[in-house]
Each structure stands twice: as C-alpha cells, then as structure tokens.
Design a binder for this molecule. Structure first.
Ligand code: MOS
Length: 690
C-alpha cells in the first residue's frame, strides 16, 4: 500500500523558484511600454482638496499624466468605500490618496509625486480612542457576523457575589500588517481584455470587484496572483494599488501600469488591527470554577467604513461560566480604516482573556494550567452546541510536559539570574474552523499525469503543495504525478486565503473532483483521449450542528533585564489540536510564524495615533518594530493528533492564525512571573517595563 501523501513533510513546490529569484511577483512583469504610477497621500488629517497644481510635476522628464478627483475615470459606487479613489474632494483621514502620478519609470513617478502641489482645507478631527468617548455605540454586529453583545444569566450579579474576583483592563495598540511584499499591481489591456497581476489573497474577489467598479463583464478580466509575499489579511480584499493601476491603464490604453505601494503608505490604506480597550470581570468560587465571565471591548473604526474587531468573541468559546456577558462598542474616528490582521478578534481578545485568567490563577493561588483545565466546558458555552472535537486539555498537558512546567516555582521573582529576572507563562489559544464554497477541476492527461485547477492562492503558506497532497491521496497516485495550477481568476472560482480557511475550503472540491475522476478512470475503457478527461466539483456552504474550533496552548520563558527594562523571550513552545495536519513542514512553518508574530505583538509591535498630527506615528519598519531573527531564539511547534469526522474529507482545521492567538498573553504572564508586576498595556517595551 502506498503511504498517504497528506501528513508528510513535503517541501514547497515553488521553493526553488523563490530562492533562485525566478518566481515573479505582481510588480515584476516588465511588459514593453510599462508605466509606473505613484499615489500622492493627503497631508491633512481631515478636510477637502481645494486645488491640485500638477504643472510642475507634468514638466518633469518621464511624467505622463496626473490623475485627481477632477479627471480620474468615474467608478461605480463600491461596496467597500475605501476603494472609491479619486472620486471626490473629501479627505476622510491623513494618508488618503488625492492624486496619482503616472510616469515611464518608478523614479520619475516618485519625483512627479513629490512635485504635485495639493491644496487642502483642514477640518477638525479626532483620532483618540477612549472607553468613555461620547460617540461610542454598540454596532449591529462585529467582524465575522458575530452579534455585538451576548448575555447569559446575570453576569453583574454573579460577579458581585463571587468569592474570588478579578476586574482588570487591558489595552492593545493599533498593529500593522507589513507583509514582505508590499501591495502591488500591474494592469494591462490586451484589446478588449484586462489582465491584472496583483498581490492578493484571492483573485476571484479582485476580479469581481474590478468588474463592478469599472463596469466590465467578468469574462473580460483576468486577475493573476501566482506568487504572493504574505498578506496576513491586508490582501484579503482589493486595495488601492489594484484600482489605481487599472484606472491608469484605462486612461493609457496599450500601456501597462504598475503601482507598488511604498511601505510608508501602507498603514493608512491597507487596513490595520484597530486598538482595543478591554474590561474583564472574572468571578470564581474558591475551587477556581468560574461563576461569571464578562469581557467588554471598546475599539475604533474609520468614518469611511465600519469594521469592528471582534475581540470579545473568543470568550464565548473558551470557558464554562454560568453567567456571562461579552460585548463590543465602537467609536468612529477620523482614522484610516481598520481591517483584518492575522486572527482578527482572537489575537487581541485572547491576549486580554488569557492574561486575566493568569491573574485569576494568581488570585486563587492555583496553577494556571490547572485553572484552565478546571474550566473546560462540556459544550460551547455560548451556543450550547457540542464541540466537533476539543483537545485543549491535551495541548496544555502535553505543552507543560515538553516545556518542563513542573520545574516552575510559582512564586513571582523566584528565578533571578544576576540582573535578570526570569519567568515562565502559559496561555491557551483558539481559532474557529471556517469553510467557504469553492470549485475545482481535476484532469487526467494521456501521459498518466494529473492536473488540478483551482483559483486558490499561495500566499507563502505552501497551498500548491498541500493541494497536490490532497489530490494525490484522493486519486490514489504518487504525488509526483499531480500538478496544481492556481492563482488565476480564469481557474475554477475559490475563496480567499484568509480566516485560516484556505486549505479546508479548497481541499473539499479538490478531493471531490479527484475522487470522481478516479472512479471514472476505474471504469474507463481504453486509453485516455488526447485532451484528457476532466471532472469538476463545486462545494456549497455547509452549516454544522457542531461547534468547530482549533485549540492550542502556548508556553513562554522570558528574561527581564532589571537594568535596561528589556524583555527577551528565551523560549516559545506551542502545542496545537487542529484536526489532521496535512503537511508537517508547512504546518510547522505556519505555527512558528504565528508565534513569532505573537512575540512581536507582546514585545515590539505597536502603533500610535498621534493626536497632534492625526496619523500613525510608526509607519515604516524603522519605527514599527517586527521581531528580527535575534529576537526569536527558540520556537517549537507541536501538535496532538485529532481525528474529527465533522470537518471535511481531509479532517483538517485551519492553522494559519492560531499561532498568534494567546502568544502575547503567555509572554506577558511570564513577565509577571519574572517580575511580580502586571503590565496591562502592549507592547512590553523597556520604557513601560522599567
Ligand atoms: Mo487572515 S486576517 O483572515 O488573512
């Protein structure tokens, strides 16, 4: 019997192309006559464009044209208001694009953009979030379609009478998506057909949005994203680069146009994780059983488009508590539009909840692993639905064993090393299982090879590779005989690489099409015809009677320098229960990547809305600090086998986001263990810690 392809640590199929530089990204299509366009950001925090003087820019060598709201092509009104670019004189926030300079080189476009003179009238603005902001309101729902407020029993009453109480506030600052490849697009007209190469998490969506905005039939547009240098949610929806490149190409028929967003422009236009203010009230009996759990979140949104970080949602899933209230409030401000960033909701929400659980454990004098185990629910607390599988306790126990948790003296400040205070911390992780409808095709060719076609997107995760593994097993053929074509909107339509749902969503129709093809081949008389044989599959939305989530546990060891206030993470260890792991190598990379991002959230990453200026103060990588190699010494990812029949044919849950969930809490809890001091605002930079 052939051993299955899924589960094996198969190397990325495009790895060689990437490391040898032959893999091409969206800006790397040097079509003849290609132009470059550079956007010009508004220099007021709120106001109106009152005049644009482009004459100096147009006089520069290489500058071809300058688009503004006065001469740009008219767009249909988008569902996503952040894409209504150059359509009117409004400036809703600093950094909003007010002009586009088109030139025959990137350098000329940059010089032209610097020479465009934009006059704006400035209006009063407000970018400062506070929990008692007079404009705060309760939205209809939070991101993901979650109800803004859920209440069971009488959380306030139960808290008042609880023998052990923790009432705490936490703050997570704005955070930025900085994928290695910035947002970039190249648009090219070929007769009546528009082809766009773009850096996106899903080009079926991009095609549909462009068709709507520009009033084009979908058949006339092909959107390609063959290689994508990361996204983390910021490329889950089309961004200004793709709209502006298409706009500029429209105006200059025959000449392709590339738009690359400069990194310093990204924070204002590609979405950010909105800051969240958390208020938690945990009440427990003396045995450590929660009697009530309240988590209230206040966050901001822009005035362009409502987005509500659903940070109180994981508290609906995690722990048994007879009385519970989870709620979101949002304040509309004159800020850039927040959006998805790796584990929206869970990442900040579990920082707060898992820090508060640690505070509760300290209050109880109970081990924090045991405190969590004691509050395992029978079914999902919020919905009452049974879990399809839940192995959080196994993750905690296995993590504790591997980490050497039993060697820990629970007393704070009990592990000094000279000027260093060292400590260890734990936090749980969770992420929902999502699956979206998708189509796929599987084809056999006369040479006995197979071709799978689906508009999945490989944003660096290894999607090509794992889909080939899924196909090989469904066809029952060796992996080498299967090729996968993805990353083009001309292929069978597929949802975005987002919500940790890619592999599960795409794998279903790939599996189904391959099973059908194998069946057909088994009964097929004679050789495969020259054009091959093809089977299609199209999966529908499915609602499950089960509550489906991945779980995990994070353990951290830190050293806090009492002289400099610097916190260094010495070890991070994660154990996950996420269904079947389909590729041990790429899965480990996802988990470790998530934990590394969580380390950044804990220690170095954080943005500030400067009230005097009305914009993020940290808009490049010199000021917004992502962890560097030397910050990440020892990260381990493990998993417990989970056999869950209620998911999909592969038995997989998502793994792209859970690594960041709870990691910052594990680090913060370790800092408390090291120092005896509880810091409740991220990141834990030396100025805060000292
Ligand atoms: Mo992820 S934030 O859903 O791309």
């Amino acid at each position: 019997m052939r051993s299955p392809a899924t589960g094996a640590p198969v190397e990325r199929r495009e790895g060689r192309e990437k490391v040898t530089g032959t893999a091409r990204y969206a800006a790397e299509f040097p079509f003849p006559g290609r132009l470059f366009a550079r956007p010009v950001p508004a220099a007021v925090a709120r106001g109106r464009v009152t005049g644009v003087d482009a004459s100096a820019a147009l006089g520069l060598p290489g500058v071809v044209s300058v688009l503004t709201h006065e001469n740009a092509p008219r767009l249909a009104e988008p569902d996503d208001a952040t894409l209504a670019l150059l359509q009117n004189e409004r400036v809703p926030h600093r950094g909003w694009f007010v002009a586009l300079v088109v030139a025959d080189s990137a350098e000329a476009a940059r010089a032209g953009a610097a020479a465009v003179h934009v006059d704006c009238s400035a209006e009063p603005y407000d970018v400062t979030l506070s929990a008692d902001h007079p404009d705060a309101y309760v939205p209809e729902e939070a991101n993901g379609g979650h109800p803004a407020v859920r209440e069971r029993g009488d959380a306030r009453g139960a808290f008042a009478s609880a023998p052990v109480r923790v009432e705490v506030g936490y703050r997570v600052p704005p955070l930025h998506n900085h994928p290695m490849e910035p947002h970039a697009s190249t648009a090219r007209w070929d007769g009546e057909h528009l082809t766009v190469h773009t850096s996106s998490q899903g080009t079926t969506t991009v095609r549909d949005v462009l068709a709507g905005l520009f009033g084009l039939a979908q058949e006339r547009i092909t959107v390609v994203a063959e290689h994508v240098g990361g996204g983390f949610g910021s490329k889950g929806t089309p961004r200004p680069d793709v709209v502006l490149a298409t706009m500029a190409a429209l105006r200059h028929t025959g000449r392709p146009v590339t738009v690359v967003l400069p990194r310093r422009f990204m924070p204002s236009v590609v979405g950010h994780r909105a800051p969240t203010l958390h208020r938690l009230r945990l009440g427990a009996d003396a045995d450590g059983r929660l009697t009530c759990l309240e988590h209230e979140v206040t966050t901001h949104t822009s005035r362009v488009k409502e987005f509500v970080e659903q940070a109180a949602v994981p508290a609906r899933v995690m722990y048994a508590a007879p009385h519970s209230r989870t709620a979101h409030r949002v304040v509309p401000l004159d800020v850039p539009s927040p959006s998805w960033m790796r584990a929206p909701g869970e990442a900040p929400g579990m920082y707060a909840l898992e820090s508060a659980m640690d505070e509760l454990a300290v209050e109880l004098g109970m081990d924090p692993v045991e405190t969590r185990v004691r509050n395992e629910p029978e079914s999902e607390p919020d919905s009452g639905r049974p879990f399809s599988s839940r192995h959080l306790v196994e993750c905690l126990r296995e993590g504790a064993r591997r980490f050497g948790w039993e060697r820990r003296d629970p007393r704070p400040r009990s592990h000094p090393e000279g000027p260093l205070l060292t400590g260890t911390g734990v936090a749980a992780a969770t992420y929902p299982v999502m699956m979206l409808p998708s189509a796929a095709a599987a084809r056999v060719l006369p040479d006995g090879s197979f071709l799978v076609e689906i508009n999945a997107t490989d944003i660096g995760t290894g999607a090509r590779t794992v889909l080939a593994q899924i196909a090989a097993d469904a066809l029952d053929v060796p992996l080498e005989r299967v090729r996968v074509r993805l990353g083009s909107s001309d292929l069978p339509s597929a949802p975005v690489a987002g919500g940790s749902s890619g592999t599960a969503s795409w794998g279903r129709p790939v599996h189904e099409a391959c099973v059908r093809l194998a069946d057909r081949l088994a009964g097929f008389p004679g050789p495969v015809p020259a054009h091959g044989l093809v089977e299609h599959a199209d999966t529908a939305d499915t609602d499950s009677p089960y509550s489906r989530h991945a779980f995990g546990a994070h353990f951290a060891e830190v050293a806090v320098d009492t002289v400099t206030g610097e916190v260094r993470v010495r070890r991070l260890l994660g154990v996950y229960a996420a269904g079947r792991i389909l590729n041990a190598r790429t899965a480990r990379s996802q988990f470790v990547g998530g934990m590394t991002m969580g380390l950044g959230m804990a220690l170095t990453e954080g943005s500030t809305l400067d009230a005097a200026f009305g914009d993020f103060a940290e808009s490049d990588l010199a000021s917004y600090h992502v962890p560097a190699h030397a910050d990440v010494p020892d990260v381990e990812a493990h998993w417990v086998e989970e056999d869950d029949p209620h998911l999909n044919p592969m038995g997989s849950k998502g793994i792209g986001e859970i690594g960041i969930v709870g990691t910052a809490a594990a680090v913060g809890n370790a800092v408390h263990h090291a120092t005896g001091v509880r810091f409740r605002e991220l990141p834990l930079t030396p100025d805060r810690v000292l």
